[in-house]
Design a protein around this ligand. Structure first.
Ligand code: NHR
Ligand code: GAR
Length: 220
């Protein structure tokens, strides 16, 4: 009998900017480190580097420009249409900067991940690096989490922790954190497509075991 091999997971990545996280995930797929393919990169901004990078990688792109819609509901409805054309198994937010409506989040519940540049639950929302510096934190970092209706409040999957140095400014801290983003996001996507992480009643599980609130921790 012919053995059936499952198709690679279909991944749609949403970006608003440079797309460096999208690129490292695409490269991990190309090397078969992740058993998946990015089937589309969709941006809410028309002229960003993330779209350029996707084109150079031979990945389909689309733009759903939020400024062209009078309400968040209408923007989200059009974004759903653009995403569903690609019948994704996983939606990856990678520097995506528009808050999504509850309807949108519910539709992709348990199959949408975000990377947020802080050690969640600390510093939800924007301007995370400056807030960590202003607070005098000795550690900063980044979290991959399931997206829920609670902004930056869905269950954590993995965190990377970096030191804050005495002479750090926003730029030096951001770049130290981003180096770790490029390590943990491909790992989280790999685990997801292998069926190792899941969301059940709002909690994240790894190989069937509940994860701690922080998610798995990677310390530098
Ligand atoms: N949507 C939901 N419902 N839940 C989450 O957890 C989400 C989300 C949409 C995006 C990413 C998030 C981050 O990692 C994210 C998580 C943008 C804003 C924001 O305030 C907040 C959090 C995140 C992304 N956006 C402004 C808005 O009015 C616009 C800011 C801009 O365009 O620069 O949507 O931090
Ligand atoms: C990343 O640092 C990500 O953590 C952050 O935006 C950057 C996107 O970089 N996300 C947010 O601030 C979400 N509010 P990229 O476009 O090069 O992947």
């Amino acid at each position: 009998m012919k053995s059936e091999k499952a198709e690679p997971a279909r991944i749609v990545v949403l970006v608003s900017g440079s797309g460096s996280n999208m690129q490292v995930i695409a490269e991990a797929c190309a090397k078969n480190e992740i058993d998946g393919d990015i089937t589309a990169v969709i941006s809410n901004r028309p002229d960003v580097m993330g779209l350029q990078r996707a084109k150079e990688l031979g990945i389909a792109t689309d733009v759903v420009d939020h400024t062209q819609f009078p309400t968040r509901e209408e923007f989200d409805a059009n974004l759903i249409r653009a995403i569903d054309e690609h019948t994704p198994d996983l939606i990856v937010l990678a520097g995506f900067m528009r808050i999504l409506t509850s309807d949108f989040v519910r539709r992709y519940k348990g199959k949408m991940l975000n990377i947020h540049p802080s050690l969640l639950p600390k510093y939800k929302g924007l301007n995370t690096h400056q807030r960590a510096l202003d607070a005098g934190d000795k550690e900063a970092g980044v979290t991959v989490h399931f997206v829920s209706e609670d902004l930056d409040g869905g269950a954590n999957i993995i965190q990377a922790i970096v030191p804050v140095l005495d002479d750090d400014d926003e730029g030096t801290l951001r770049s130290r954190v981003q180096t770790q983003e490029h390590v943990i996001y491909p790992i989280a996507v790999k685990w997801f497509v292998e069926g190792r992480i899941s969301l059940n009643k709002g909690d994240a599980y790894f190989d069937g075991q509940p994860l701690p609130d922080t998610g798995l921790k990677l310390t530098q």
